[in-house]
Design a protein around this ligand. Structure first.
Ligand code: FES
Length: 283
């Protein structure tokens, strides 16, 4: 059992937990993720580690309530426990001294971006962070990201903060002002990461995306998380989740993500029909 020791509500549907998991915290590196099962009847869901503290023995996760399990998890409070927590999983994101890096985050993607931006900053790379959200109220982690960035800019879909428009437009501006960019890292919804890749492709700027497709076992055995990268089948859980974005078949991936929409809708209806407790909640 893994105890929640801190909870923060960033917006009505975006929440942060610090969870006591000393063995995971001791080994966590940028790009690593965990798979949790919130109770013994729960499904397994992957969550990227947004931060870790070896001394306190905690890992930080940030999630958006989008389906039954994340809604259920969002109702947990400090002192509650998560039944299973497996990790750290995945291949760590490679950080080298390369020069200048643009970190483009969309939505909750800013949370898994933090350890990557921090690693680049600490190794001595110039870090330009671009963060997009639907609206001003949905920004979080801004102080953390700012503390590991040399430059930071925001965009909102509704124009309530920063640039009114897409975060890809900010990226275009940075490229077009002549900034020397050695790598772009993008984390966010699939359409956003695809759009980032299309911006950088004509300039041949190396672009790394972080894929979090449907995962089941998280150890490379079930095949659920397969993605096509450069014409080859890869398993995101063991070969990734970071991949060269210019080689990812996003059209196939977006299609695969829709596979369980009907089941997800039905689980949500069941969950809300039971007053948000779904009959198997926690203890
Ligand atoms: S989650 Fe099963 S192979 Fe990746």
């Amino acid at each position: 059992m893994f105890e929640i020791v801190e909870k923060e509500i960033y917006s009505p549907r975006i929440k942060m937990f610090k969870v006591r998991a000393p063995y995971v915290a001791a080994k966590a590196q940028p790009g690593h993720f965990i798979i949790i099962r919130i109770h013994d009847k729960g499904e397994r869901i992957p969550l990227t580690i947004a931060d870790s503290d070896k001394d306190a023995g905690t890992v930080t996760i940030v999630f958006q309530e989008v389906g039954k399990t994340t809604y259920e998890l969002g109702a947990y409070e400090v002192g509650d426990t998560i039944h299973d927590l497996l990790g750290p999983l995945g291949t760590p994101y490679d950080v080298e001294k390369i020069g200048s890096v643009v970190c483009v985050s969309g939505g909750v993607g800013v949370a898994p971006m933090y350890p990557k931006a921090k690693a680049h900053y600490e190794i001595g790379n110039k870090v330009i962070s671009l963060i997009g959200a639907q609206s001003k109220s949905l920004f979080f982690f801004t102080e953390k990201i700012s503390s590991v960035s040399h430059e930071i800019a925001y965009s909102t879909d509704d124009g309530s903060y920063g640039h009114h428009g897409f975060v890809t437009e900010l990226l275009k501006d940075v490229i077009e002002r002549g900034e020397k960019i050695d790598e772009v890292v993008a984390i966010g919804p699939l359409p956003m990461m695809r759009a980032v890749c299309e911006v950088t492709r004509p300039y041949e700027i190396k672009t790394i995306v972080s894929l979090n497709p449907i995962m089941v076992d998280g150890t490379g055995m079930c095949g659920s998380c397969r993605v096509t990268v450069g014409g080859e089948t890869k398993f995101s859980c063991v070969d990734g989740p970071a991949f060269d974005g210019h080689l990812v078949d996003f059209a196939e991936l977006i299609e695969r993500q829709r596979r369980f929409l009907t089941e997800e809708r039905s689980a949500m209806e069941h969950f809300h029909g039971k007053g948000g407790t779904c009959g198997c909640h926690k203890k």
